[in-house]
Design a protein around this ligand. Structure first.
Ligand code: ZN
Ligand code: ZN
Length: 236
Protein backbone atom coordinates (compact mmCIF):
# COMPACT_ATOMS: atom_id res chain seq x y z
CA UNK A 1 0.00 0.00 0.00
CA UNK A 2 1.51 3.31 -1.09
CA UNK A 3 0.13 5.30 1.83
CA UNK A 4 2.13 3.39 4.43
CA UNK A 5 3.59 6.63 5.79
CA UNK A 6 0.14 7.60 7.02
CA UNK A 7 -0.63 4.31 8.74
CA UNK A 8 1.67 4.58 11.74
CA UNK A 9 0.79 8.13 12.84
CA UNK A 10 -2.89 7.31 12.35
CA UNK A 11 -2.72 4.14 14.45
CA UNK A 12 -0.67 5.98 17.10
CA UNK A 13 -3.28 8.74 17.33
CA UNK A 14 -5.95 6.13 18.06
CA UNK A 15 -3.74 4.53 20.72
CA UNK A 16 -3.23 7.89 22.44
CA UNK A 17 -6.91 8.27 23.35
CA UNK A 18 -8.64 11.61 23.91
CA UNK A 19 -11.78 13.17 22.51
CA UNK A 20 -10.61 13.12 18.88
CA UNK A 21 -7.69 11.20 17.34
CA UNK A 22 -7.80 13.50 14.30
CA UNK A 23 -7.28 16.53 16.56
CA UNK A 24 -4.22 14.72 17.96
CA UNK A 25 -2.94 14.31 14.40
CA UNK A 26 -3.76 17.91 13.56
CA UNK A 27 -1.81 19.23 16.56
CA UNK A 28 1.24 17.21 15.51
CA UNK A 29 0.98 18.27 11.88
CA UNK A 30 0.71 21.88 12.92
CA UNK A 31 3.84 21.76 15.09
CA UNK A 32 5.75 20.03 12.26
CA UNK A 33 4.63 22.55 9.65
CA UNK A 34 5.44 25.57 11.81
CA UNK A 35 9.00 24.41 12.34
CA UNK A 36 9.30 23.34 8.69
CA UNK A 37 8.25 26.83 7.52
CA UNK A 38 11.29 28.38 9.19
CA UNK A 39 13.63 25.42 8.65
CA UNK A 40 13.93 23.07 5.70
CA UNK A 41 11.38 25.03 3.68
CA UNK A 42 13.81 27.97 3.46
CA UNK A 43 16.19 25.82 1.42
CA UNK A 44 13.62 24.53 -1.05
CA UNK A 45 12.86 26.88 -3.96
CA UNK A 46 9.39 25.40 -4.59
CA UNK A 47 8.48 25.86 -0.98
CA UNK A 48 9.75 29.45 -0.96
CA UNK A 49 7.60 30.24 -3.98
CA UNK A 50 4.51 28.93 -2.20
CA UNK A 51 5.40 30.70 1.02
CA UNK A 52 5.87 34.02 -0.81
CA UNK A 53 2.62 33.61 -2.68
CA UNK A 54 0.31 32.38 0.06
CA UNK A 55 1.75 33.65 3.32
CA UNK A 56 0.32 32.57 6.67
CA UNK A 57 -2.63 33.30 8.96
CA UNK A 58 -2.25 35.21 12.23
CA UNK A 59 -2.32 32.04 14.32
CA UNK A 60 0.54 30.50 12.37
CA UNK A 61 2.61 33.69 12.16
CA UNK A 62 2.34 33.85 15.94
CA UNK A 63 3.44 30.24 16.34
CA UNK A 64 6.34 30.93 13.97
CA UNK A 65 7.37 33.89 16.10
CA UNK A 66 7.71 31.54 19.09
CA UNK A 67 10.26 29.39 17.24
CA UNK A 68 13.22 31.66 18.18
CA UNK A 69 14.26 31.99 14.57
CA UNK A 70 14.04 35.74 14.17
CA UNK A 71 16.14 35.99 11.00
CA UNK A 72 14.33 33.15 9.20
CA UNK A 73 10.97 34.68 10.09
CA UNK A 74 12.11 38.12 8.87
CA UNK A 75 13.33 36.60 5.58
CA UNK A 76 9.97 34.88 5.07
CA UNK A 77 8.15 38.15 5.80
CA UNK A 78 10.48 40.19 3.59
CA UNK A 79 9.97 38.17 0.41
CA UNK A 80 6.27 37.65 1.09
CA UNK A 81 5.75 41.41 1.51
CA UNK A 82 7.67 42.03 -1.72
CA UNK A 83 5.33 39.82 -3.65
CA UNK A 84 2.21 41.15 -1.99
CA UNK A 85 3.15 44.78 -2.73
CA UNK A 86 3.82 43.92 -6.36
CA UNK A 87 0.41 42.26 -6.65
CA UNK A 88 -1.42 45.12 -4.95
CA UNK A 89 0.32 47.75 -7.06
CA UNK A 90 -0.78 46.02 -10.22
CA UNK A 91 -4.47 46.34 -9.25
CA UNK A 92 -4.46 49.49 -7.15
CA UNK A 93 -4.56 52.06 -9.92
CA UNK A 94 -7.31 54.33 -8.68
CA UNK A 95 -8.08 57.10 -11.22
CA UNK A 96 -8.06 60.74 -10.23
CA UNK A 97 -11.41 62.57 -10.15
CA UNK A 98 -11.71 65.02 -13.06
CA UNK A 99 -14.39 67.59 -12.51
CA UNK A 100 -18.01 66.69 -13.12
CA UNK A 101 -17.27 64.11 -15.76
CA UNK A 102 -15.96 61.64 -13.26
CA UNK A 103 -18.21 58.72 -12.39
CA UNK A 104 -19.42 58.60 -8.80
CA UNK A 105 -18.12 55.12 -8.10
CA UNK A 106 -14.66 53.62 -8.26
CA UNK A 107 -14.18 49.97 -9.07
CA UNK A 108 -12.36 48.47 -6.09
CA UNK A 109 -13.21 44.87 -7.00
CA UNK A 110 -9.68 43.99 -8.21
CA UNK A 111 -8.08 45.25 -4.98
CA UNK A 112 -10.68 43.43 -2.89
CA UNK A 113 -10.00 40.26 -4.81
CA UNK A 114 -6.30 40.37 -3.99
CA UNK A 115 -6.99 41.20 -0.34
CA UNK A 116 -9.65 38.53 0.05
CA UNK A 117 -7.44 35.88 -1.48
CA UNK A 118 -4.62 36.91 0.82
CA UNK A 119 -6.87 36.87 3.89
CA UNK A 120 -8.01 33.33 3.17
CA UNK A 121 -4.64 31.86 2.37
CA UNK A 122 -2.24 30.22 4.77
CA UNK A 123 0.29 27.72 3.55
CA UNK A 124 0.31 25.86 6.87
CA UNK A 125 -3.50 25.65 7.15
CA UNK A 126 -3.69 24.39 3.57
CA UNK A 127 -1.05 21.72 4.07
CA UNK A 128 -2.67 20.50 7.27
CA UNK A 129 -6.05 20.29 5.57
CA UNK A 130 -4.59 18.40 2.63
CA UNK A 131 -2.75 15.92 4.88
CA UNK A 132 -5.83 15.35 7.03
CA UNK A 133 -7.79 14.44 3.89
CA UNK A 134 -5.11 11.81 3.17
CA UNK A 135 -5.37 10.51 6.72
CA UNK A 136 -9.14 10.23 6.32
CA UNK A 137 -8.70 8.19 3.12
CA UNK A 138 -6.22 5.87 4.84
CA UNK A 139 -8.59 5.67 7.83
CA UNK A 140 -11.31 4.13 5.66
CA UNK A 141 -8.88 1.87 3.84
CA UNK A 142 -7.65 0.45 7.15
CA UNK A 143 -11.16 0.34 8.61
CA UNK A 144 -12.27 -1.82 5.75
CA UNK A 145 -9.19 -4.05 5.51
CA UNK A 146 -7.55 -4.26 8.95
CA UNK A 147 -9.69 -5.82 11.70
CA UNK A 148 -7.24 -4.66 14.41
CA UNK A 149 -7.60 -1.08 13.29
CA UNK A 150 -11.37 -1.33 13.16
CA UNK A 151 -11.39 -2.63 16.72
CA UNK A 152 -9.23 0.29 17.86
CA UNK A 153 -11.58 2.75 16.18
CA UNK A 154 -14.69 1.25 17.74
CA UNK A 155 -13.06 1.52 21.18
CA UNK A 156 -12.12 5.18 20.77
CA UNK A 157 -14.03 8.12 22.24
CA UNK A 158 -15.39 9.40 18.97
CA UNK A 159 -14.36 12.56 17.13
CA UNK A 160 -14.82 16.29 17.31
CA UNK A 161 -17.72 17.39 15.12
CA UNK A 162 -15.57 18.90 12.31
CA UNK A 163 -13.50 15.70 12.03
CA UNK A 164 -16.61 13.55 12.21
CA UNK A 165 -17.79 15.56 9.23
CA UNK A 166 -14.45 15.02 7.48
CA UNK A 167 -14.76 11.26 7.99
CA UNK A 168 -18.32 10.79 6.80
CA UNK A 169 -17.69 12.97 3.75
CA UNK A 170 -14.59 10.97 2.93
CA UNK A 171 -16.46 7.65 3.40
CA UNK A 172 -18.78 8.64 0.58
CA UNK A 173 -15.83 9.05 -1.76
CA UNK A 174 -13.81 6.04 -0.62
CA UNK A 175 -16.41 3.34 0.04
CA UNK A 176 -19.53 2.03 -1.60
CA UNK A 177 -22.32 -0.49 -1.05
CA UNK A 178 -22.19 -2.60 2.10
CA UNK A 179 -18.83 -1.22 3.27
CA UNK A 180 -20.16 2.34 2.99
CA UNK A 181 -23.40 1.75 4.86
CA UNK A 182 -21.70 -0.33 7.58
CA UNK A 183 -18.88 2.18 7.98
CA UNK A 184 -21.29 5.11 8.25
CA UNK A 185 -23.57 3.28 10.67
CA UNK A 186 -20.65 2.26 12.93
CA UNK A 187 -19.07 5.68 12.99
CA UNK A 188 -22.35 7.53 13.53
CA UNK A 189 -23.33 5.21 16.39
CA UNK A 190 -19.86 5.65 17.92
CA UNK A 191 -20.15 9.43 17.65
CA UNK A 192 -23.63 9.55 19.17
CA UNK A 193 -22.64 7.24 22.04
CA UNK A 194 -19.72 9.48 22.81
CA UNK A 195 -21.74 12.69 22.57
CA UNK A 196 -24.11 11.16 25.12
CA UNK A 197 -21.18 10.11 27.27
CA UNK A 198 -19.69 13.61 27.32
CA UNK A 199 -23.12 15.09 27.92
CA UNK A 200 -23.46 12.90 31.01
CA UNK A 201 -19.99 13.91 32.19
CA UNK A 202 -20.81 17.61 31.80
CA UNK A 203 -24.15 17.05 33.51
CA UNK A 204 -22.40 15.41 36.47
CA UNK A 205 -20.04 18.39 36.58
CA UNK A 206 -23.04 20.72 37.00
CA UNK A 207 -24.49 18.45 39.72
CA UNK A 208 -21.29 18.68 41.73
CA UNK A 209 -22.15 22.34 42.39
CA UNK A 210 -25.35 21.22 44.13
CA UNK A 211 -24.84 20.65 47.90
CA UNK A 212 -26.71 17.32 47.68
CA UNK A 213 -23.89 15.89 45.56
CA UNK A 214 -21.03 17.56 47.37
CA UNK A 215 -19.71 14.36 48.88
CA UNK A 216 -20.13 12.27 45.75
CA UNK A 217 -17.02 11.52 43.69
CA UNK A 218 -16.20 13.65 40.62
CA UNK A 219 -15.61 10.53 38.52
CA UNK A 220 -13.92 11.86 35.36
CA UNK A 221 -16.02 15.01 35.15
CA UNK A 222 -13.50 17.57 36.39
CA UNK A 223 -12.31 18.44 32.89
CA UNK A 224 -15.58 17.52 31.14
CA UNK A 225 -16.45 21.10 30.03
CA UNK A 226 -12.99 21.47 28.45
CA UNK A 227 -13.36 18.15 26.63
CA UNK A 228 -16.91 18.98 25.56
CA UNK A 229 -15.68 22.20 23.96
CA UNK A 230 -13.00 20.23 22.10
CA UNK A 231 -15.65 17.82 20.93
CA UNK A 232 -17.93 20.57 19.64
CA UNK A 233 -15.57 22.94 17.91
CA UNK A 234 -12.83 23.19 15.33
CA UNK A 235 -9.22 22.82 16.42
CA UNK A 236 -7.99 25.14 13.67
ZN1 ZN B 1 -10.94 16.59 15.86
ZN1 ZN C 1 -2.82 29.03 9.22
Amino acid sequence: MKEKIYTIPLTDAFSEGGECPFCTLEKKLEAEQVSYALGASMMEPDSRILSNEKGYCRRHFEQMSHESKALSLALVLDTHLNELIEKLESVAKIPEAKGGLFKKTVDIAPILEVLKKKEESCLICEKIQHTLEKFAEVFWYLYKNEPDFKEKVLECQGFCLPHFQLLITCAQRELSGKALSEGLRDITALELDNLKRINEEVNWFTKKFDYRYQNEPWHNSKDAPQRAMEKLSKFL
